[in-house]
Design a protein around this ligand. Structure first.
Ligand code: MTE
Length: 340
């Protein structure tokens, strides 16, 4: 797929951007989408909406001077995001919220202490070995990973614990990396593994969990356009606490599927056993799609607390991404504990 990189949409994240900008972005994308094959925009693409006027009467289209034939792909630019809202109109969480409230058990189980403990975690040099049932196994260095066209994807993330955030990720579709190694017809699942660095990750010295952190997707899930490998957020490279230098983001599944700091990806023919399936098989299964109708064995999943908000919101089936992913599942109640 040829992607022209002419669009540069710069909105400082410090700027309070009215909803009109978000709406006008939709407008711009409608034209762009026509030119981009394969649903590249599916994550951010949404219902058509006409631009509306700004409060101050300023022009509302995110004017780039580009023609509609140009694709909508953002360069990673320090401190900039394309919109302050996701496609539902929900505001982004702040950079501070996203980088100071984290789950990364290799460091600690205390969300507010991950950032300080991970501060000096070495994320370069880095390699990701991609192999297993593929025709062209390959070890990707950081530069090769960054050479994939980096896109912005604004996604909601719903943690199985009942909190959520809206995060402007940078990254690229996992399918692009998988296509490069050419899975064989025997490949049915993708298995991911996090680095197990006992020197720099205090948590992995404890035998509390069966390290390394492992996660998996069915191959068709992995090939869905919403599944990305993320290298940054808010237009900046990922910080260690968010899974630098490269992590998975699967927005229709509970956050624990979005494995951080990946060093190994294998195409396999049997369902991988994840860390959580090993650690608590009665609570966590393979699919872990967000489903408000299926409670966790110990709490309801019907509602969630958006970090930064008071009160709770209703949780949406597939985290609101059903249009893009429901067709992958025969049973809409694929849930936290279902494993086959
Ligand atoms: N990946 C690894 N390697 N280790 C972890 O502990 N936690 C998961 C997921 N990926 C985790 C991980 C969980 S439970 C969540 S909710 C998300 O990362 C949190 O991502 P964030 O800290 O970037 O918000």
């Amino acid at each position: 797929m040829l992607i022209k990189k002419r669009s540069r949409i710069e909105i400082p994240s410090s700027e309070i951007t009215p909803k009109s900008v978000y709406l006008s972005r939709r407008h711009f994308m409608r034209g762009a989408a026509a030119a981009v094959a394969g649903g590249l925009l599916a994550a951010c693409g949404a219902p058509d909406a006409e631009p509306v006027a700004d409060g101050d009467g300023a022009a509302t289209t995110i004017a780039t001077g580009n023609s509609a034939e140009e694709s909508y792909v953002l360069d990673a630019m320090p401190g900039t995001v394309s919109s302050n809202f996701d496609e539902r109109g929900d505001p982004l969480n702040s950079l501070e919220e996203i980088t100071t409230y984290n789950n990364y058990y290799e460091f600690t189980t205390d969300k507010t202490r991950v950032a300080p403990l991970a501060k000096n975690f070495p994320t370069a040099p880095w390699q990701v070995d991609v192999g297993g049932l593929v025709n062209k196994p390959k070890t990707f260095g950081l530069e090769e990973l960054m050479a994939f066209e980096q896109e912005e994807r604004i996604y909601r993330m719903r943690c199985v614990e009942g909190w959520s955030m809206v995060i402007p990720w940078m990254g690229f579709p996992l399918s692009k990396l998988l296509n490069e190694v050419e899975p064989t017809s025997a490949a049915k699942y993708v298995r991911f593994e996090t680095i197990e660095d006992t020197d720099n990750m205090p948590g992995v010295r404890s035998s509390l969990f069966p390290w390394p952190y492992v996660e998996g997707l069915r191959l068709d899930e992995a090939m869905n356009d919403l599944a990305i490998l993320s290298t940054g957020l808010y237009g900046q490279p990922l910080l260690p606490q968010n899974g630098a230098p490269i992590r998975l983001v699967v927005p229709w599944k509970y956050g624990f599927k979005s494995i951080k700091s990946i060093v190994k990806i294998d195409l396999v023919d049997t369902m991988p056993e994840s860390l959580w399936m090993k650690a608590a098989p009665n609570e966590y299964g393979f699919f872990a799609t967000v489903n408000p109708n299926v409670p966790h064995p110990r709490w309801s999943q019907a509602t969630e607390r958006r970090i930064g908000e008071f009160g709770r919101r209703e949780t949406l089936l597939f985290n609101g991404y059903g249009d893009e992913v429901a067709h992958l599942y025969d049973d809409p109640d694929y849930d936290t504990t279902q494993s086959s």
